[in-house]
Ligand binder design. Structure first.
Ligand code: SF4
Length: 253
């Protein structure tokens, strides 16, 4: 029986009804399905409970916090059947589904089956996926998904370039009309890298969203003004992190 690995939030699968806080569909009511596992290890990751397992060597900004410890993998993953996920989502009445993570494309086949299962229940589900853009989907997945929110990671993520920049995947998403790109910007000099990636992979500026890095409203506000000026100059889209303004750094909202 097919199951999907979902992040465990206080003993419950992290599936929640909220609003999309970032990118093209910002403000849209959505149900988030937070899958576990990731193939990258961003130093500032705010969902590190999906990958920063005990006995791994990955660095994280919270390492200096004496209360921060790495996670026990078997305690942080809940495997749910397609029916169980559907039941959880159905309660909300919401038809916009956000597959997020972690890196959800690590469970590509399972998520294809999940979307197919949902489509047997109703024909008007809209599926978007939040991905780090390192994995290329297959034809089945491509035929089911409606929107890719691709978030390439920059040097500020602390991932080696050969892990975070996969030309085959970047070219795939650049040419795909369903894909938009979202870059997390920590400092003004991150822009040099964004421009290089856009030029190398011919990503049209209209498909690009720049988002300030930060897990609290103060950190976001500090970066807003200069980032908006950069967007104006280069014809990129600006995106906020609406959920951080509303809920702060909380899970499951
Ligand atoms: S790719 Fe996303 S989930 Fe994975 S480590 Fe980076 S920020 Fe976290």
């Amino acid at each position: 029986m097919t199951t999907v690995k979902i992040a465990n939030l206080d003993g419950k699968p992290e599936i929640f009804h909220s609003i999309q806080g970032e990118g093209k569909n910002i403000g849209q009511p959505s149900v988030f399905i937070r899958t576990s596992l990731c193939n990258l290890h961003c130093i500032w990751c705010d969902t590190d409970y999906t990958w920063n397992w005990e006995k791994t060597r990955f660095a994280h900004v919270k390492d200096t916090d004496p209360t921060y410890t790495k996670y026990k993998m078997d305690e942080l993953i809940i495997s749910l059947t397609l029916e169980e996920i559907y039941e959880e989502v159905f309660k909300s009445g919401c038809k916009n589904i956000v597959l997020t993570g972690g890196e959800p494309m690590m469970q590509l086949d399972e998520l294809s089956e999940l979307m197919q299962f949902f489509n047997t229940k109703a024909t008007d589900y809209f599926f978007e996926i939040e991905t780090n853009g390192t994995l290329v989907p297959d034809a089945t997945f491509e035929g089911l998904i409606h929107q890719y929110n691709v978030s390439p990671k920059l040097a500020n993520s602390n991932n080696p370039k050969k892990l975070r920049e996969k030309p085959e995947a970047y070219n795939y998403f650049s040419a795909n009309e369903k894909a938009v790109f979202k870059f997390v910007i920590s400092a003004e000099n991150d822009l040099t890298e964004v421009l290089e990636i856009c030029e190398t992979y011919k990503i049209p500026n209209r498909k690009v969203y720049l988002m300030p890095e930060g897990t609290n409203p103060e950190a976001l506000q500090k970066k807003q003004q200069w980032l908006i000026e950069i967007c104006k100059k280069h014809q990129f889209n600006y995106t906020d992190r609406l959920h951080v303004h509303i809920y702060g750094d909380k899970r499951g909202v």
